[in-house]
Write a protein that binds this ligand. Structure first.
Ligand SMILES: [Mn+2]
Length: 243
């Protein structure tokens, strides 16, 4: 019998030195384990082909990666902004708008949550540690393996994240030096790091699954039920005719 698993499109990573697309296997494994078929999108599709690409897939995962160019949220480049991928900015900003128009499931991870927020009119800290000084700075670029959680998230009750997390506080990993500052209109912040940094957004009015997380559940799902549930719910929402 023919497989009828949902096809999940992933935005590609971009090796800026070699100017080559690539992918981290952790994303592919997480989608596959959750029952989807992961497919890596081209880095530079023809613009006229984007609509066809959107209609060809059942769910869209916006992956981690470099900083977005600050011009996309109306700022000059901060001295602690890192490298950017003009090609990924172009692809993902155009893609997200079309995916949302088609009302298909969206999952944003790390760069993905920032992409979502900027695309919808919010902005970000270009560098947390220099723009948001704290008495006890949380290590958002954790000093140990991605598979080991490093800080907690306080989950806002009665949200999608609350249903997925099964607990009011969860432990996550952290590999980012930027973060959401002003959430975009229509987005609800539903998870906070210590010191109230926004690390999870949802869009309550969106007709399908819509979640952005600042951490990397693709490195946690083997041990962490919340990370597993995020991928399971995303892939399930992408099933065309759920039983
Ligand atoms: Mn963090």
């Amino acid at each position: 019998m023919e497989s009828s698993k949902p096809l999940i499109a992933l935005t590609p990573y971009h090796n800026l030195e070699k100017d080559e697309p690539y992918m981290r296997p952790a994303y592919l494994n997480a989608i596959r384990k959750a029952g989807g078929i992961p497919v890596i999108l081209p880095l530079e599709p023809e613009e006229e082909d984007l609509v066809q690409l959107v209609s060809s897939f059942d769910g869209f995962l916006f992956t981690g990666g470099p900083d977005l160019h600050p011009f996309h949220f109306g700022e000059e480049t901060h001295q602690h902004c890192h490298n950017v991928s003009i090609k990924r900015d172009r692809l993902e900003l155009a893609l997200l708008k079309l995916v949302m128009k088609a009302e298909k499931p969206v999952l944003g991870i790390c760069r993905g949550i920032q992409l979502i927020n900027i695309c919808l009119g919010g902005d970000i800290y270009q560098d947390i540690s220099s723009q948001l000084p704290e008495d006890f700075p949380i290590a958002h670029t954790q000093p140990f393996s991605f598979e080991i959680p490093s800080h907690t998230i306080t989950v806002v009750p009665n949200t999608l994240l609350a249903r997925l997390a099964e607990d009011s506080i969860i432990q996550v990993n952290s590999m980012h030096h930027q973060a959401i500052r002003k959430p975009a209109p229509g987005l609800a912040v539903t998870g906070y790091a210590p010191n109230h940094l926004a690390e999870c957004v949802e869009m309550p009015d969106y007709p399908s699954f819509f979640l952005g997380v600042q951490w990397h559940p693709e490195y946690l799902w083997q041990k962490d039920p919340a990370a597993r549930n995020i991928f399971a719910a995303f892939v399930k929402a992408a099933v065309k005719n759920p039983q």
